[in-house]
Design a protein around this ligand. Structure first.
Ligand code: G
Ligand code: G
Ligand code: MN
Ligand code: NA
Length: 252
């Protein structure tokens, strides 16, 4: 895989960066936290994660890359927390990272080294991570959860997690996939499904985050549904660490 060797060099030459997208409490617009999003600055051009996360997984580089992103994001937010309040950090995990032999130890070490309190970190995984080879993955994520780390299901509603299963998984948060949010106010079924997911999350005691909010109408409907948190270009775009820290410090 040609991209594989490019990625290896990029990692060695530190061509990767982390951006942060704010997540807000919808009722108040207060920033509750940020999601770390990886960027590859390849020869000065930003390569989107869709183009390198897959190849990184296939070439085995996802583990070192994922660990680098985790450490970088935790270190950054730990610094912000010295001069602001209890801001949270979400980091996306690829399936390969959770399956890596020293996964639990690595996360614990990163928290220790960066000084980020465990409760400030939310790990985002897609549904399949909790369903395929669920035994080992669920066990490992549960071990981190016992340290105080929070767990989120990313792209909720698009994967395999059955509703019956959801009640048993060690999760704290569900992030509603943007494909539902996209239909708010435009598609009756998607609007109904979004409302149902919000209620389900609430009834299970989970924090619900709506993703991909781009239009004011979506924001209004989500508020009316009582969706607690949201994220999307209308709220705030992914931004550099400096800009994100400034936003967090004033908190809108
Ligand atoms: O930031 P952007 O919208 O371009 O992200 C596109 C996709 O890449 C999303 O599915 C997002 O979850 C994923 N992604 C972004 N950063 C990371 C990362 O650090 N690790 C993993 N595993 N996925 C990421
Ligand atoms: O899969 P995950 O939820 O981690 O993906 C996050 C990605 O979604 C990021 O790459 C981010 O840039 C992108 N994103 C965030 N908000 C919006 C939005 O409002 N619209 C669209 N199209 N993408 C968004
Ligand atoms: Mn995510
Ligand atoms: Na998502």
């Amino acid at each position: 895989l040609e991209l594989g060797s490019d990625l290896q060099r990029a990692l060695a030459e530190e061509q990767f960066a982390v951006e942060f997208q704010p997540v807000v409490e919808l009722a108040t617009s207060r920033v509750t936290g940020v999601e770390a999003l990886a960027r590859w600055w390849r020869d000065g051009v930003s390569v989107p994660p869709e183009e390198f996360i897959g190849p990184a997984e296939e070439s085995g580089l996802m583990i070192p890359l994922g660990n680098w992103i985790l450490r970088e994001a935790c270190a950054e937010v730990a610094r912000w927390r010295e001069s602001s309040w209890d801001i949270g950090l979400s980091v996306n995990l690829a399936a390969r990272q959770v399956a890596a032999p020293r996964f639990v130890e690595t996360v614990a070490e990163v928290l220790e080294e960066t000084g980020l309190p465990p409760h400030a970190l939310t790990l985002e995984v897609k549904e399949e991570v909790l369903v395929e080879d669920a035994g080992q993955n669920v066990e490992r994520l549960s071990a981190l959860r016992e340290l105080g780390v929070r767990l989120a299901i990313d792209d909720f509603g698009t994967g395999y997690a059955s509703l019956a299963y959801l009640g048993q998984l060690p999760v704290d948060m569900i992030k509603i996939d943007p494909s539902f949010v996209a239909g708010l106010g435009r598609d009756e079924t998607l609007t109904l499904l979004t409302r149902t997911i919000v209620r389900l999350g609430h009834d299970l005691g989970l924090i619900v985050v709506a993703e991909g909010i781009e239009r004011p109408e979506q924001l209004e409907l989500l508020r009316e549904m009582g969706c607690p948190r949201g994220q999307g270009f209308l709220v705030a775009r992914p931004m550099s660490p400096g800009r994100a820290q400034a936003l967090v410090r004033t908190n809108l």
